[in-house]
Ligand binder design. Structure first.
Ligand code: NAD
Ligand code: MG
Length: 391
């Protein structure tokens, strides 16, 4: 079999690093075509030395210049490109077969869409891109014959538990949620949560933004919307189940009473290996699950009052595409402000709710309208924060 060329969008991040760990186990099947990052020169330099991609892209120009100097000094042949447009170019190049979409947030939308439009195997970690673009993205995948494989552990689990030929007999998707680090905290304790506490996830090691999203349950809200688009189901048929051990990564419930689950240690290399190898399975480096050490599997209802972000996401999805874009943009701005200690943890859902409710009804039909709604919602979120500081 010919070696597959891989582009990793967001190579310096948590998912990017795990992807390279899996790729390193299969040098005969894959080669790295391009690595990209926003600004982390040290990380990309080290990865370039090890994986010798054709291209390295740094979105920030100064970072690209620095990376180029360092690579030249060691006689490397990696070509360094700068700027966001270069992301689209490496994601859609004829020399790449698979694209790992692992940029965090809205910044990943354009290159991920470029990969879909170029008919690539798109391995989607960047859930925000799908939440923003919904039908437009799914249509691009269909029209251009791309393969869309979910990396998010829940969606990858569902993908593994679904029938291979459609949705026959499927009643419901049961998305599991760890409940985050504050699952048992009272509403008043939640007021005083610090960024350090919020990024310390009990079961998974991840980037800062998704860690805060897991703590607010916005991550699960975004994942409900992601599941609706990926699997073509209405939100009433996507249910969230809190499962604190994170051993079951999600389930599919069938009309004959069967529930199929995918279990494993919480390590993203499993879904990454599954997407890289599909329909085959590949060694991932993840240790086998020790059921005797796991011992218990607990389940509870999510608490919608203490964690309002989950319902906000269902509400936005019911309102339409403009509302889900606003939800995502407001959340990105709110998380950044929380991490910068400008607003409190409990302000996140308040800000998101206000900005989401200002979005118009309906769904944008083209990319420009998506980007305009995203920008407007960010401006509204920033003025919400400014106002809050004045009062
Ligand atoms: P991270 O913060 O560790 O890494 C983010 C990556 O995006 C970095 O490589 C960074 O350079 C790049 N990036 C950031 N801003 C950028 C910009 N403006 N332009 C271009 N590149 C930019 O994040 P992560 O935890 O790896 O998460 C990445 C995505 O995968 C997110 O959408 C997240 O929701 C999703 N995801 C992550 C996990 C996980 O276990 N980490 C699990 C499921 C889904
Ligand atoms: Mg997930």
């Amino acid at each position: 079999m010919a070696s597959k060329g891989i582009t990793i969008l967001g190579a310096s991040g948590s998912i990017g690093v795990s992807t390279l760990d899996v790729l390193a186990r299969h040098p005969d099947r894959f080669h790295v075509f391009a690595l990209t990052a926003n600004s982390n020169v040290d990380k990309i330099f080290e990865q370039c030395q090890r994986f010798q991609p054709r291209y390295a892209v740094m979105v920030e120009t100064a970072a690209a210049t620095l990376l180029e100097k360092r690579l030249q000094a060691v006689g490397s042949e990696v070509v360094v490109l700068a700027g966001a447009e270069a992301l689209d170019a490496v994601a859609s190049s004829p020399e790449t077969d698979y694209v790992m979409a692992a940029i965090v947030g809205a910044a990943g939308l354009l290159p991920t869409l470029a990969a879909a439009r170029a008919g690539k195997r798109v391995m989607l970690a960047n859930k925000e891109a799908l939440v923003m673009s919904g039908q437009l993205f799914i249509d691009a995948v269909r029209e251009h014959g791309a393969e869309l494989l979910p990396i998010d552990s829940e969606h990858n689990a569902v993908f593994q538990c679904l029938p291979t030929d459609g949705r026959k007999g499927v009643e419901k998707i049961l998305l599991t949620a760890s409940g985050g680090p504050f699952r048992t905290w009272s509403s008043s304790d939640l007021q005083g949560v610090t960024p350090e506490q919020a990024v310390a996830h009990p079961n998974w090691s991840m980037g800062q933004k998704i860690s805060v999203d897991s703590a607010t349950l916005m991550n699960k809200g975004l994942e409900v919307i992601e599941a609706c688009w990926l699997f073509g189901l209405p939100a009433e048929r996507v249910e969230v189940v809190v499962h604190p051990q994170s051993t079951i990564h999600s389930m599919v419930s069938y009309n004959d009473g069967s529930v199929l689950a995918q279990l494993g240690n919480p390590d993203m290399r499993t879904p990454i290996a599954y997407a890289l190898g599909w329909p085959e399975r590949l060694v991932s480096g993840v240790a086998p699950l020790d059921l005797f050490a796991t011992a218990r599997l607990d389940f509870e209802q999510p608490d919608r009052e203490r964690f309002p972000c989950l319902l906000l996401a269902y509400d936005a999805h019911a309102r339409g595409g403009y509302a889900t874009i606003a939800l995502n943009a407001a959340n990105e701005v709110a998380v950044k402000a929380f991490l910068g200690r400008e607003i409190g943890f409990a302000d996140i859902p308040l800000l998101v709710k206000d900005v989401m409710h200002q979005a118009s009804a309906g769904t944008p039909m083209n990319l420009d309208d998506i980007l305009i709604q995203d920008e407007e919602s960010r401006v509204r979120s920033l003025s919400w924060i400014k106002n809050k500081k004045l009062h």
